[in-house]
Structures are given as structure tokens and as C-alpha cells.
Write a protein that binds this ligand. Structure first.
Ligand code: SF4
Length: 111
């Protein structure tokens, strides 16, 4: 028995692979991006310097007059995570992830 691969089958297979491979690559990258980062330890010297906290609701407003309720990492200009994710990267802490609900003294409103 002879298997015959038609030109049409090759074109269809190529188009399907060309569509699916980049889609799977995107899914894989977004799923692993935050997971590949080390969670930022609030006791890290750089985190202490910037007053970083895992939970923005615990910010001492008297000691941080620029803080306003509602400021969180996931609405900060420096946040690299995606909407709905619990953690994401931060421009200031390379290789680390910060919680979406975190906060530090250099929080900047997202444009
Ligand atoms: Fe969170 Fe923004 Fe501070 Fe990074 S710079 S830790 S995203 S508040």
C-alpha cells in the first residue's frame, strides 16, 4: 500500500501548524512568566528601603503620606503582571515577582 501525500494536505497541515504553534507559545510564555520569578521577600534590603509590603491594606498611612487607599501593585505603572494574575514582575525588582495586592513607596499611577 502506498501512502500518498497531496500538495493540498501539505498546505493545510502547514497552515494549521503555523497557526497553532505561535498560539501555544504565547500560552506557555504567559503561564510561566510570573512562575519563573522568585517572590520578593519583604525582608529583602531593597524591599525594606522602598517600604514594600505584600498587602497594601497594611500600609501605615501616617508614615507614608503619599499612600492613598486603592494603590496596589496591579494598578502601578511599574507592574509587569497581567490583569487577573495574583503575582507579576516589577520593573524595580528584576527577577522577582510581587503580589498584585502589594505596594511600595514608588507606586505610580498607571497612565
Ligand atoms: Fe508594586 Fe509598583 Fe512598588 Fe513595583 S513599584 S513593588 S509594582 S508598587
Amino acid at each position: 500500500m502506498k501512502n500518498k501525500i497531496t500538495r493540498r494536505a501539505l498546505v493545510k497541515g502547514g497552515l494549521l501548524a503555523g497557526t497553532l504553534i505561535p498560539a501555544f507559545d504565547l500560552i506557555g510564555n504567559s503561564a510561566s512568566a510570573a512562575a519563573d520569578l522568585t517572590p520578593l521577600d519583604p525582608k529583602d534590603p531593597a524591599a525594606i528601603t522602598l517600604g514594600f509590603l505584600d498587602d497594601s491594606t497594611k500600609v501605615d498611612a501616617a508614615a507614608n503620606p503619599r499612600y492613598a487607599a486603592g494603590q496596589r501593585c496591579d494598578n502601578c505603572q511599574q507592574y509587569l503582571g497581567h490583569a487577573g494574575e495574583l503575582r507579576g514582575g516589577c520593573v524595580l525588582f528584576a527577577g522577582k515577582s510581587v503580589p498584585a495586592a502589594g505596594w511600595c513607596k514608588v507606586w505610580r499611577k498607571m497612565p
